[in-house]
Design a protein around this ligand. Sequence first.
Ligand SMILES: C=C(O[C@H]1C=CC=C(C(=O)O)[C@@H]1O)C(=O)O
Length: 391
Amino acid sequence: MRSAIVRATAPQDVQHGVQDDNFSFMSGQRELRARGLAQRIETPAVGGQDAQGRFQQAIQRAFEQARKAGQAVPMVVGAIPFDPSEASCLYVPEQAQWHDLEPGGAGTPSPMPSLLEQRNLPDQHAFMRSVEHAVANFGYSDVRKAVLSVQRELVFSQAIDVNALAHNLRVQNPSGYHFRVPMADGATLLGVSPELLVRKHGASFVSNPLAGSAKRMTDADADRRNAQWLSESDKDHYEHGFVTADIAARVSELCTRLDVPQRPSLISTPTLWHLSTRIEGTLADASVSALQLACRLHPTPAVCGFPTELARRLIRFVEPTERGLFTGMVGWCDAQGNGEWVVTIRCGTVAGPKVRLFAGAGIVEASQPAAEWAEVQTKLRTMLQACGLHA
Ligand SMILES: C=C(O[C@H]1C=CC=C(C(=O)O)[C@@H]1O)C(=O)O
């Protein structure tokens, strides 16, 4: 593995083994590893699109401190919750280093301790009732889409080795945005997102929302049929359309150029097919940072619904659990405004022997409760398989 220190206060301290308290973010053939806590930022990200707002000012103050401590171009890394009025989980690390990843995956899976207990929150019956509730709600409100989620609580016989879990995820998903974030309570957020909220370099940015899903099949013909079915599904195109339209509407006034393809294409992860749209733009003002852009877009209708505020209220009403960091965003942004934020999905939190997994599905008028339950169960498989469980 080749590596290059892009900014560091004490390069001689850089360790090459991933450590439990490290932040890690993989994108393409590169991994960003950050270690050491220079400044923690818990200021909620609400209003984070505004350079003069409380959140961005807190980031600027943290960068200033890091510069005083000798960092030439500091960066902020971490995660922002689904509800941006909750505490952020961000920090300016003492050291951050990009590594080139070896192509072709990472060997064989590591064994995991045995599973003692597990439960779904909500259970199948309650989730399906929530879907029915949301669909009924569409008939007498202006809500058109709401993303509903489930959690799976797992208890293992021993503490989970986070390094081993991260390794297993990479073995099963050689591509995708792998992330690992140390949380304030000592737990670790870990996952592999297929969805790019925004990547920005200079004045150019790209966002690649996903919405609309079908299960991957082991049989090649059945797999092709599912892909074909998704590419022709009116329900999934309808669900997807809210996301691209909303993203375009939120950024268009900032852009001198904005390319939004007319129709989504298909992409796949090892477990799912998705409808995907790659949106590219050029900003009139290149000083708008990747984090400001991400805050402007978050939460998109891929994780919340449409219209955003009404969908958020419906979710709060029908979901029995707090989402926390799930369906938020995770990534990095440097003091020059360049950065990359992905949607915090296909993930879980690990605290000793306890693991909590998350998955959601977009609900629209044509949604069938049983099919939506099957979809969230399929989405859980990414993390379940990494935990050594074959669901
Ligand atoms: C909320 C999730 O997925 C989103 C991203 C892709 C496809 C989705 C869907 O088809 O509903 C969701 O919008 C999740 O994986 O937990």
